[in-house]
Design a protein around this ligand. Structure first.
Ligand SMILES: NC(=O)C1=CN([C@@H]2O[C@H](COP(=O)(O)OP(=O)(O)OC[C@H]3O[C@@H](n4cnc5c(N)ncnc54)[C@H](O)[C@@H]3O)[C@@H](O)[C@H]2O)C=CC1
Ligand SMILES: O=C([O-])CC(=O)C(=O)O
Length: 325
């Protein structure tokens, strides 16, 4: 007997994630969200045809990937309405030789415009910013949307920690499953990897690896993004960045209270005020449910404050470039 389909049967009550920017990071994240069967995904881009084509491609892969989520590709923000999470990946990636901060001028306008438009249609959403320079763009997106601070997050710490984790596992020749690493601070050369809090099955790596080697791994982590940009020559990393964003999306949608380092708004924690920067947080359905204050050494605190100082300077520069009403 034929099975009739009515339009009401096609209406989904699934959670909805909008990804603004259907480029490398955005489209990879869309695929990962579908394959984890987490949410319907709306992919939005300014390039007509690109998000629609990608969404169709993803819909055609569903039968093989065996999940039941929908993908919509669009250039129209009305299609994003009612999203639970909005992820901003719109903007340019850097080219070899560029710093992330060199993207500030181009990406500031894009982030303010896209975040404002998306949140206008999804005022209850949690906003995750991915576009670089990350800490500054997260701050601009918050200022532009006026969302409560706990609902605005920047993705960087999960990625930087994942890289540190990978380098530690490679160095020791052990399973990455046993390695945990944590990186705080800004998403740039001044990021603050914390070897004391990075472990192999609970054993601090400072007990397992000598200081010089740790310093080399820390330095490789700090330059992890640039290493890939130099290798690829066109664009920047996207598999690990998408996977890192996926972890945050999952923690929020499933209210997991995962302890993850994200760029969150500080109001006195670590001696810092009114700034988005990478710190350990508990992520749940409300966004940043709690900021954890680790005991840091004077050197670690000084490194965090130095990173914050640079972010502040760049925010000032960005604010002179874009109008935020
Ligand atoms: N926070 C992090 O750890 C990471 C950040 N990034 C950053 O994420 C951003 C995206 O990277 P990719 O996906 O590799 O770049 P991409 O160039 O592949 O994709 C960017 C997309 O944004 C779209 N776009 C630009 N302006 C737009 C607008 N006004 N409205 C809608 N769409 C717009 C473009 O058409 C393009 O499809 C870059 O700024 C990159 O530096 C990338 C990796 C890691
Ligand atoms: O390096 C870049 O420009 C992209 C990025 O933020 C990363 O991969 O960490």
């Amino acid at each position: 007997m034929p099975i009739a389909s009515t339009s009401s049967q096609l209406v989904s009550s699934s959670p909805r994630v909008t990804i603004v920017g259907a480029g490398k990071v955005g489209s990879t994240l869309a695929q990962q969200i579908g394959e984890k069967n987490l949410a319907d995904v709306v992919l939005l881009d300014e390039v007509e045809g690109l998000p629609q084509g990608l969404a169709l491609d993803l819909m055609e892969a569903k039968g093989i990937s065996q999940h039941s989520r929908q993908f919509i590709g669009t250039t129209n923000y009305t299609d994003t309405a009612g999203s639970d999470i909005v992820v901003i990946t719109a903007g340019q990636p850097r080219k070899p030789g560029m710093s992330r901060d060199a993207l500030l001028k181009t990406n500031a306008k894009i982030v303010v415009e896209t975040a404002t438009n998306a949140i206008a249609y999804s005022p209850d959403a949690i906003l995750i910013v991915v576009t670089n320079p990350l800490d500054v763009m997260t701050s601009l997106a918050w200022q532009a949307t006026q969302l409560p601070t706990q609902r605005v997050l920047g993705m960087a710490g999960v990625l930087d920690s994942a890289r540190f984790q990978a380098f530690v596992a490679m160095e020791l020749g052990i399973s990455i499953a046993d390695v945990r690493a944590i990186v705080l601070g800004s998403h740039g050369d001044l990021m603050v990897p914390l070897p004391r809090y990075s472990t192999v099955n609970g054993v601090p790596i400072t007990e397992l690896i000598d200081t010089t080697t740790i310093e080399r791994l820390v330095e490789r982590t700090r330059k992890g993004g640039a290493e890939i940009v130099e290798l690829m020559q066109t664009g920047s990393a996207y598999f690990a960045p998408a996977a890192s964003t996926l972890l945050m999306v999952e923690a929020i949608l499933l209210n997991q209270f995962r302890l993850l380092p994200v760029a969150a708004y500080l109001q006195g924690e670590y001696g810092l005020h009114d700034i988005f920067i990478g710190v350990p947080t508990l992520l749940g359905a409300g966004g940043v449910e709690k900021i954890l204050e680790l005991q840091l050494t004077d050197t670690e605190i000084a490194a965090l404050h130095l990173a914050a100082q640079e972010v502040r300077q760049n925010i000032e520069q960005a604010r002179s470039l874009v109008k935020i009403s």
